[in-house]
Design a protein around this ligand. Sequence first.
Ligand code: HEC
Length: 155
Amino acid sequence: MNAIYRWLLCAVIFLAAGLGASRLLSRENQTKSPNASAQQAVVDRGKYLVEDVAMCEECHTPRDDNGNLDESRRLQGAAIWIVPVHRTFNWANRAPALAGFEEFTEEQGEQILEKGIGPNGLEIQPPMHIYHMSHADAQAVIAYLRSLPGAYPQQ
Ligand code: HEC
């Protein structure tokens, strides 16, 4: 009889310890995961804006010989091949690399995407659009670009 009680007591203690430990572990996970998944949601939204809404790749990804986007060099910066119908004095002939977004601070990125003003204080040159993104959208685009591996050195 006594032995059975002792075993029961042991089992109860083990169960309690197990429960306590799993509680602690899940609490630790809870403090981490909501932030991580919220950040992932921002990056996912940025990816959607970049790829499906603002189509940044159309100009910032180089093309192969057939004129298709070169997916192996996504957002690595590209020569501009479209030409203006009317003579435009400040038409840019190159779109810089965006992958990694290391060349710009958060504020510069926001200024570019929310106001169309470059780090030099001048309006962004065509054919880059003057975007008027909301602050949250600009932050999402920047978060996505920063999540990409940085640009390879230009050849
Ligand atoms: C129609 C072509 C086109 C599209 C689409 C486009 N860009 Fe650009 N982008 C350019 C060109 C050309 C430049 C160079 C013009 C300049 O530096 O003023 C440029 C410049 C930039 C710069 C650097 C600005 C500076 O002053 O240094 C950033 C950052 C940028 N683009 C981000 C983006 C993002 C993010 C998107 C999508 C949301 C995008 N671009 C879509 C053509 C484009």
